[in-house]
Design a protein. Structure first.
Length: 281
């Protein structure tokens, strides 16, 4: 009997913790499967996917820089499910034997599940600030709306990008007939505002760059969440000094993987022991 094969595709990909996470899920749920890293050439994503389909792979996770290409591939060779559509990117592909693919995006569900289930923070009726308006931000818009906060503000150094993201957010709110309010702000317009949940989706943690945000945005009891993991970012240090509870994105990483695992295997793994295992490393 053939063992089902899965992989994570990226460039670079050697650092990816996905094999460790999915191997832990497979052991826990007794799934007969393998999971590996695949380094795709920067100009060879489509050919790499076609090769994996030909070799009988059942699914892949997609990491930087191929999340937009994964969506394009699905638009030509399969279908795009709603979360990937609103995210304008796909981090999970289901590979079918006929050569077609289904594009999913589990990033936003991963974030919301980590915040609600692991950190015990309820987003409903809260005020949320999303810092940054790139691909990582787009991925969480729909699940954030589903969590039903009172307000979502998107702030970006380049105001036009924040406005573009809020147009997409407003479309999601309308489509859901939701009562969530939304607004775009420049960083320097945040001084008069306070938020219960502040999410940093920017890549400033990679360069140890401080965001030009005021300390006053962190309301009493605020959760400050950085999508980066494995390091103390300037955003986390600022939030902690301002009295906020601080979390990094490791839980999001494991939770988005669990959602992908469920889409492929139709069994839901327990995430907390896997988060603890990776945190211990």
């Amino acid at each position: 009997m053939m063992v089902d094969k899965y992989a994570v595709i990226g460039n670079p990909v050697a650092h990816s913790k996905s094999p460790m996470i999915h191997e832990a899920f497979a052991r826990q749920t007794r799934q007969d499967m393998t999971y590996e890293r695949v380094l795709a050439p920067l100009d060879g994503f489509a050919e790499t996917i076609e090769d994996l389909i030909a070799k009988g792979y059942k699914g892949v996770n997609v990491t930087v820089p191929f999340k937009f290409e994964a969506l394009k591939f699905a638009s030509r060779n399969g279908k795009i499910n709603p979360l990937a559509d609103t995210a304008h990117a796909s981090n999970t592909l289901i590979l079918n034997v006929d050569g077609s693919v289904i594009a999913e995006n589990t990033d936003g569900i991963g974030l919301v599940n980590d915040v609600a289930n692991n950190l015990g923070f309820h987003i409903q009726h809260k005020k949320v600030l999303l810092l940054g308006s790139g691909g990582a931000a787009f991925g969480v818009l729909q699940p954030l709306v589903n969590a039903n906060p009172d307000l979502i503000v998107i702030a970006n150094r380049t105001f036009a990008k924040a406005e573009d993201a809020v147009k997409i957010l407003a479309g999601i709110i309308d489509a859901n007939k939701s009562k969530v309010k939304c607004a775009a702000k420049r960083f320097d317009e945040l001084a008069e505002l306070e938020f219960d949940l502040v999410i940093n989706s920017t890549s400033t943690g990679l360069t140890d760059t401080a965001l030009l945000i005021p300390d006053t945005i962190f309301a009493k009891g605020c959760l400050a969440y950085d999508m980066m993991y494995g390091r103390e970012t300037p955003f986390m240090a600022q939030a902690r000094a301002s009295g906020a509870t601080v979390a990094d994105g490791l839980g999001m990483l494991v939770e988005q993987a669990a959602e992908a695992f469920y889409l492929w295997r139709r069994v839901r793994p327990a995430t907390r022991p896997v988060i603890e295992m990776i945190r211990a490393l």
